[in-house]
Design a protein around this ligand. Sequence first.
Ligand code: SF4
Length: 383
Amino acid sequence: MKESLFSSPASKPVSAYVHIPFCHHHCGYCNFTLIAGRNELIDAYLDALALDLESLRAPRLVSTIFVGGGTPSLLDARQTERLFDLLQTWFPGTGVREVSIEVNPNDVTREKASLWKSFGVNRVSVGGQSFQADKLKILERNHSPEQLRDSLVVLQEMFPRVSLDLIFGAPHETLEGWKYDLDSATELGISHLSTYGLTFDKGSRFWSMREKGILEAVDEELELKMYQLARQQLMNAGFDHYEVSNFARNSEHCLHNETYWNGGSYWAFGAGAAYFVDGRRGVKHRSTTTYIKRLMRGESPIAEEQVLTEEQVLRERFVFGMRKLRGVELSWLEFAHFPELKQAMQTQIERHVAEGWMEYDQGRVKLTEAGLWISDSLWPHYF
Ligand code: SF4
């Protein structure tokens, strides 16, 4: 089907996201919605999640389900069964192409992996971050390089698709260290990699440590070299760089994330989970305890919701689409009802093409190599 802004109606969700906020401990760089060391809340959380899912009113057909966190692999067998029973009730199997779960290496056992598989999981995303013991320690990860390797071997034996997250630019990291991480992943035969530069988000412990001079970020020039090295090395190893931070072999793109990048609609359940349904963009309460309490009291778990105008939807879909390396079709700019928007977008694109951040390519516009690195600073110009 020809790709167009209107080919996946915003009113019809094609994906579902479920957030499991529990973690073994709180890694210093992390600013996600999570709660560490409070496993006694998991059963109450699943009760709340069941109530949150009831807002669907009837079972729905989706093509992708993503169970993210937090650390979903932390759930024990009984809790995992309860979670997936809920998902199978509300999102029956017909038409589901991809069921992903995020896991921590030190949770992976053959027993747990078999359980995930028995519930239709066909893609596992591993929060590995590095194969270097000293870097894992700095990042405050609680797994060893050996645990990461072992978990990847088991998961690759048992699942058709395994993805690995790697972080670059950790304090004191060298280009050689980063090369070792990339080499280790490719040697293990990983077919999907997500690479992220370490960020010091306000509110995270790393942010305060950097403010106090306890931690130092690597300089930006080195970080750029690391990104370029990942691109060069992974593309040489047969990976397709298909999104700013994502690389896949054998076209094993993450279908769930493609819903986001294609501007599709998706439901989301759980603390801090963000959804986009019927042109409404919203987020559930970020505090796990507030999320549980509100649902138990029969109140809405929604913290914020905004109804987007059609014009806002178009702007967002352009920006999300541009995260993909193939960019977007220029025919997307034929916004029949919005001549002023079309003119403004075209002018801005031409400016970014002239500045070397974007380029035209066979009826499409896409980021250039230079544009990839600074892409986050380009997007505000389109809103
Ligand atoms: S990085 Fe992952 S494991 Fe660490 S605290 Fe954040 S969600 Fe939990």
